[in-house]
Ligand binder design. Structure first.
Ligand SMILES: [Zn+2]
Length: 230
């Protein structure tokens, strides 16, 4: 039996976390579970949890820990996660991380990879991001060059929430919330940080290498790292 890959991806907004999560999940044929997706699904299902989440989001609020945990627990108890999963956007707080450990009891260790990118690099990256006004295709370009969408010829526009002050505020909020979360995981032998300030392909390679290194430390089937297993 294969050791399930129970992977949590951490990283600031704009670090390319979603892209890495999708690619890894496809390569290992395990579901990629993002908070956005499970919230959307919960809302669409019309179930009680989804209705509560929708009320919070409609009011412009962040879905609170208790509700987020209940939704994640429901998702992680489905059959399709038996051989593993990639979590993107959960946990976001130490309370959620503690609950995730409890949900995972007896199901193998969590592998946690943090994609680290300095704020200035993220701001520079987002300043180059343009979105097609017609088809929504996202691209990166030199802000001094005028260009059209390579897919449909539409006009490329800067997203209103990509301006520097908004990006810096988003990063500040993220750093405040995530520092305790990284502290929570970083002493574990199943945690690695990778340098996210390089090309997506190079980040992908570093990411896979980090996961492989963690899995190599776990005896097959037990899901418990050797260093921590004695
Ligand atoms: Zn377009």
């Amino acid at each position: 039996m294969h050791t399930p890959i129970n992977l949590v991806v951490l990283g600031p907004p704009g670090a390319g976390k979603g892209t890495q999560a999708v690619e890894f999940a496809q390569r290992h044929v395990i579901p990629k579970i993002s908070t956005g997706d499970i919230l959307r699904e919960a809302v669409q299902s019309g179930a009680e949890l989804g209705q509560r989440a929708k009320a919070t989001m409609d009011a412009g609020g962040l879905v609170e820990d208790e509700l987020m945990i209940a939704i994640a627990r429901e998702r992680l108890n489905r059959d399709d996660v038996k051989s593993g999963f990639v979590l993107d956007g959960f946990p976001r707080t130490v309370t959620q991380a503690t609950a995730l450990d409890e949900i995972m009891t007896g199901r193998g260790s969590l592998v946690v990879v943090d994609i680290a990118v300095p704020d200035d690099a993220l701001v520079a990256r987002l300043a180059r991001r343009r979105v097609c006004g017609q088809c929504g295709h996202a691209t990166s370009l030199d802000p001094t060059v005028e260009a059209r969408c390579e897919r449909c010829g539409g006009e490329l526009v800067l997203r209103s929430d990509d301006t520097e002050s908004i990006v810096r505020e988003r990063l500040r909020v993220y750093a405040e919330a995530s520092r305790p979360l990284v502290d929570y995981y970083s002493s574990r032998p199943t945690f690695r940080a990778v340098d996210g300030d390089q090309s997506p392909a190079a980040v992908g390679a570093a990411f896979s290498e980090a996961v492989d290194a963690i899995l190599a430390g776990m005896p097959a089937g037990s899901g418990i790292p050797e260093e921590a297993g004695a």
